[in-house]
Ligand binder design. Structure first.
Ligand code: SNW
Length: 293
């Protein structure tokens, strides 16, 4: 920028500041004049009233993926659509992102919600708020049967794939310290690398690993529990109206058996976590410590 150009920019900026100060100080225009989105027409402070814009991923079958017609579907997708309907929003638009882009995009207001089997952790809570948890399962190292991998030490000196920004990446950095981590933007590219031998294994979510294993003759080699980081819906920090409404709707989807129906549809044969079932079907074990002994 030329000196003149820069000076013009400074003058323009100064004029804006002056205008802002004058507006703020002029009588009769207090803070009540600040334009507020919402009111009754937009109680959940959505980007567009009546529509929820969701950041997701398209290759995390059966949690969240695009079908042959390019439509988003899967457990997380259908559960979220059901919950959205319960809060009165039928128009839910899913858009695929790299996983690592989802939370920043929700935090800076490009999307209303992030839905992609996103585990709730304290580190992530620094960026976004979360709904209550709706899914708790395993992380899985998936490999070719020829690689003979069944425990951590088998990965020593080997190239291990992870999707950037996932809990798998964090876990591998801590526990698979002797492996060379190879970061991918998404699962499809990581699986391609397993299939062509560029990495020996890929570390991803259990149910997705199962799907790829069937498709390509791979095996779920090591499972790591992630019950302390159940998946939740990510929401911009401070949007408590949306979070509270989603939590209430999520609870009712669990209580009336909708959660269970979707779970059985998308994860057939997988063990069912008790806490998300209708109250009458939860096994009574509120005091585990008392039960032992
Ligand atoms: O923490 C688990 C949760 O217990 C359940 O098994 C669903 O998956 C998780 O949320 C972990 N998901 C990964 C993560 O949050 C990867 C998500 C992805 O690849 N989109 O980093």
């Amino acid at each position: 920028m030329s000196v003149f150009g820069r000076r013009r920019a400074i003058v323009a900026a100064a004029a804006l500041v002056t205008a802002a100060v004058l507006t703020a100080c002029s009588p009769g225009t207090g803070s009540s004049s600040t334009p507020t989105a919402g009111g009754d027409g937009n109680p959940y402070h959505l980007i567009k009233a009546g529509q929820i814009r969701v950041a997701s991923v398209g290759d995390l079958k059966p949690y969240s993926f695009t079908d042959a017609d390019g439509q988003y579907t899967g457990f997380d997708v259908q559960l979220f659509e059901d919950v959205a309907r319960r809060i009165g929003v039928k128009d839910v638009v899913f858009t695929g992102q790299d996983f690592s882009a989802i939370l920043p995009a929700v935090a800076n207001g490009q999307f209303d919600v992030g839905v992609a089997a996103i585990g709730i952790t304290d580190a992530r809570k620094k960026t976004v708020d979360f709904s209550d948890g709706y899914l708790a399962g395993f992380l899985t190292v998936m490999a070719s049967p020829d690689a003979h991998i069944s425990k951590e030490s088998d990965l020593a000196g080997k190239r291990l794939g992870v999707v950037q920004g996932t809990l798998q990446e964090q876990y591998a950095l801590k526990h698979f310290t002797k492996s060379e981590l190879v970061r991918f933007p998404d699962n499809n590219s990581a699986i391609a690398a397993v299939n062509n031998g560029n990495v020996v294994a890929h570390f991803l979510d259990y149910e997705t690993a199962k799907t790829y294993a069937e498709q390509y003759g791979l095996v779920n080699a090591i499972n790591v529990p992630s019950f302390d980081a159940p998946a939740g819906f990510a929401i911009a920090k401070g949007n408590t109206a949306l979070r509270d409404a989603l939590n209430k709707a999520l609870r009712s989807a669990m209580d009336d058996g909708t959660w269970k129906k979707l779970y059985q549809k998308w994860f057939p044969g997988s063990p069912m976590p008790d806490q998300y079932l209708p109250p009458s079907e939860r096994t009574a074990s509120p005091t585990p410590s008392a039960a032992q002994g």
